[in-house]
Design a binder for this molecule. Sequence first.
Ligand SMILES: NC(=O)c1ccc[n+]([C@@H]2O[C@H](COP(=O)([O-])OP(=O)(O)OC[C@H]3O[C@@H](n4cnc5c(N)ncnc54)[C@H](OP(=O)(O)O)[C@@H]3O)[C@@H](O)[C@H]2O)c1
Length: 280
Amino acid sequence: MSTRQVWMITGAGRGLGRALTLAALAEGHTVVATVRGEHTLPAHEQLHVRHLDVRDRAMATAVVETAASELGRLDVLVNNAGYGLIGAIEEVDENEARDLLDTDLLGPLWLSQAALPVMRRQGGGHIVQISTVGAAGTMPTLGLYNAAKWGLEGWSEAMAAEVAEFGVRTTIVEPGAIDTEWGAGSMHFATPAPAYDNLRVRLFGTAEVPWPPSGTGGGTSSTAIAAAVLSHVADHSDRRLRLLVGEDAPGHVRAALDRRIEDYDLDPRWPSAATDEAGT
Ligand SMILES: NC(=O)c1ccc[n+]([C@@H]2O[C@H](COP(=O)([O-])OP(=O)(O)OC[C@H]3O[C@@H](n4cnc5c(N)ncnc54)[C@H](OP(=O)(O)O)[C@@H]3O)[C@@H](O)[C@H]2O)c1
């Protein structure tokens, strides 16, 4: 693959998608940035802004095929568009569940399915899935979001093994907290049930939702996250499937995996670390 590539980034109008778009342009790449509506992306010769709601499979296919035919290729697809939903499992209604899964789980699937034939034909490419540390563990009230991203990681890991022989790389990016509007103005909320007020107080310090849509939740800057993703994509010797980004990400994943092992350890048939070390 040449060092000047054609990128497609979804949800590029703001947040991490916008930061990735600016970082890719700064590296000399051509970027097809997909947005749903208003955006503040700058005018740039190598920037092609296209309208896309990732829930719409036909639109996703058309955007990928048109971009690949107009620009001659598609080297890197970044499935970034997504949002979170606060709601205990009992509180989430059918429309909220379907909309979240359509966006965070199926949106990346439609785009990946459209990009793969293009990448196979051209002999290579790279699909980057923006997941979360919440796809290693879970958090009460984020269960549907966790499910969508766990699902994204499930089929993406399988896909990685299917398409490696075509020269297509897959990366699952697991960020910790990023300083975007994800946890604030972008957050969706199920209708709260009083039975979960105590849980919300324990988690958030208040039972009241939605919380005010102002500011950001803090966290690593989206510019730093974008730089880490760009540098990973540029390094062809980096064979990691999962890319931890953000200061807090490794700690969250370690804690989640430790909790999972502790749970398996409750099974008397589970080989314990002590047994492994003794080699018996
Ligand atoms: N911020 C964090 O702490 C954090 C941590 C881990 C993972 N992530 C993941 O990072 C990704 C980017 O989020 P962010 O932090 O940049 O949040 P953000 O600032 O809220 O941006 C979300 C982007 O997704 C777009 N989007 C949402 N639904 C869409 C749809 N149906 N079709 C097309 N675009 C849609 C939004 O478009 P509009 O402008 O049109 O709404 C927006 O551009 C998400 O996948 C998120 O789950 C974020």
